[in-house]
Write a protein that binds this ligand. Structure first.
Ligand code: AP5
Length: 229
C-alpha cells in the first residue's frame, strides 16, 4: 500500500506520518526532510536549494523528483511508502504516477489535511523537533515532556523557515500550486479530505479508519503480524 499525504505547511503531515509509519510498518518519504539533509550535508544540491527553501518557494521539480526516485527504486520499500509533501504541483503528481508505474506500484490513498492559515501560523511558530529522535512538538498545542533525556530542551531545534513571514509565503506557494493536484486525485477517486484542525489523536484515528478501509490491505497487515516480523 502506498499513501500520499499533503496539506499546507504546518497541517500535521509529518506528525501524522510518524504515527502511520509505526502502526502500518510503512516508510515515510518526506521531500522536506530529504532536502534539509542535503543542506546539512553540504551537498551540491544543498547549496543550490538553501535560499529557495528559506524563501518559502518550491525547489525545482527535477531535484524533488530525483530524490524521490532514489527511494522508489529500492525493493525493500516497495508498496510501503507514505509520500509526505510530494507531490506539490501537477507535474510532480504526474511524475509520481509514472515513477510508481515504472517500479510496478500504485497509489492506494491520498489524504489532504485541511487547516486554516490562522491555525497554521501558531503551529509553525510553536514547532520544535527533537534532534535525537525526530519527534515533532509544539509549545502551544503539544509540548515536549518534562524530565526526559531524549527530547530535553537542549535537543529541541527550530527550522530556519519557521518564521511568520516565511510561513505565509509557504502557505501562498501551497495555495498557488495545489488546486490541479486536488483535481488530479479527485478524478482518480483516491482523495480523502481530513479536517487537520482536530486533536492529533482524533486525526490519527480517522486516518487509520481510512487506511483500514482500503480493500485487501488488512489481510496484508494480518499476514505481516502473523509472520512475526
Ligand atoms: P516541508 O518540510 O515539507 O514543509 P511544509 O510542507 O511546509 O510542511 P511542514 O513540515 O512545515 O508541516 P507539516 O504539515 O509536516 O506539520 P507538522 O506535522 O510538523 O518542506 C519545506 C520546504 O522544502 C518547502 O517549503 C519547499 O521549499 C521544499 N520542498 C519540500 N517538498 C518539496 C517538493 N515536493 N517540491 C518542491 N519543493 C519542496 O506539524 C506542525 C506543528 O503543528 C508541530 O508543532 C505539531 O506538533 C503541531 N501539530 C500537528 N498536528 C496538530 C494538531 N492536530 N493539533 C495541534 N497541533 C498540531
Amino acid at each position: 500500500m502506498n499513501l500520499v499525504i499533503f496539506g499546507p505547511p504546518g497541517a500535521g503531515k509529518g506528525t501524522q506520518s510518524k504515527f502511520i509509519v509505526k502502526k502500518y510498518n510503512l516508510f515515510q518519504l518526506s521531500t522536506g526532510e530529504l532536502l534539509r539533509k542535503e543542506i546539512i550535508n553540504k551537498t551540491l544540491i544543498g547549496s543550490e536549494i538553501s535560499s529557495t527553501m528559506n524563501s518559502g518557494n518550491l525547489v525545482s521539480d527535477k531535484i524533488a523528483s530525483d530524490l524521490i526516485e532514489k527511494f522508489v527504486s529500492i525493493n525493500e520499500y516497495k508498496n510501503r511508502f507514505i509520500f509526505d509533501g510530494y507531490p506539490r504541483n501537477k507535474t510532480q503528481a504526474e511524475n509520481l504516477n509514472q515513477l510508481l508505474k515504472k517500479y510496478n506500484q500504485k497509489i492506494n490513498l491520498v489524504l489532504k489535511l485541511s487547516v486554516s492559515l490562522d491555525v497554521i501560523k501558531k503551529r509553525i511558530i510553536g514547532r520544535s523537533v527533537c534532534s535525537i529522535c525526530g519527534k515533532i512538538y509544539n509549545e502551544f498545542f503539544n509540548p515536549a515532556p518534562i524530565n526526559t533525556n531524549c527530547c530535553a530542551p537542549r535537543f529541541l531545534q527550530k527550522r530556519s523557515d519557521d518564521t511568520l513571514d516565511i510561513s505565509i509565503t509557504r502557505y501562498e506557494t501551497y495555495e498557488k500550486n495545489i488546486k490541479p493536484v486536488i483535481d488530479f486525485y479527485e478524478e482518480s477517486k483516491l482523495l480523502k479530505v481530513v479536517n487537520g484542525e482536530k486533536p492529533i489523536s482524533e486525526i490519527t484515528k480517522e486516518i487509520s479508519a481510512l487506511i483500514n478501509g482500503i480493500k485487501g490491505w488488512l489481510c496484508t497487515i494480518t499476514q505481516y503480524k502473523y509472520a512475526g516480523t
